[in-house]
Design a protein around this ligand. Sequence first.
Ligand code: KIV
Length: 265
Amino acid sequence: MSKVSLSTLTKLKANGEKFAVLTAYDATFAQLISQAGIEVLLVGDSLGMVVQGRASTVPVTMSDMVYHVQSVSLGNQGSMVMADLPYMSYATTETALSNSAKLMQAGANMVKLEGGEWLTDTLYRLSERGIPVCAHIGLTPQSVDKIGGYHVQGRQQEDAAKLVKDALALQQAGADILLMECIPSTLAAEISKQLTIPTIGIGAGPDTDAQVLVLHDMLGIATDYAPKFVKNFLAETNSVQEAIKNYSEAVKAGTFPGPEHCYQN
Ligand code: KIV
């Protein structure tokens, strides 16, 4: 696979072709996942839960993220590396700029941050400075204590309208990709249709331009409860490589997620 860039993803969206995203936290898995043809490796702050054993992503620090981004970029074989800005690391535009620079220098090709319209000033500045950004809306795990749990978002008409408004404002402010987590499929489809930038979904139905899963969920090795949107791809094969390849192919063929993985209004 030739090196995946932002323009690769934009072209895939323009051609109506789907792409796959999977989390990676170390060099060995980064190599396996990129060799399987997954376009984007997400060094997610989910590492707080699946690698560090924490109860949420809140305790993850910038130095944790830098360490894992370095490891992933050493194993990567041509995928794009997207890295989460952890909790409070982008609370001001200035910290967003300096912390994004640290992740980019560690080997990321794009940063990801959680939030809606309030992020627009930060997005303008990052974009102006040439830092590619993915904005994450819907269920935003860094705000779990405010939201009160990992619940589906955007079911009420007013909340859905707010998410559409957020998505348009984030695109306008310079977001290069939008990630939507745990929202009804019809809402995610509507937002994807309205945006020109690629969209990635997790628990957001089949009509986004790409899908992402947490590696440990997709291999069925996460220890606690698996949300409805998760499929264990290792259950159908006895090879980790094959499971990752099957996930990539299912996303691109549009056969994952199925109706059983989706939320309705
Ligand atoms: O941290 C992460 O892995 C994520 C995904 C769940 C989208 O943000």
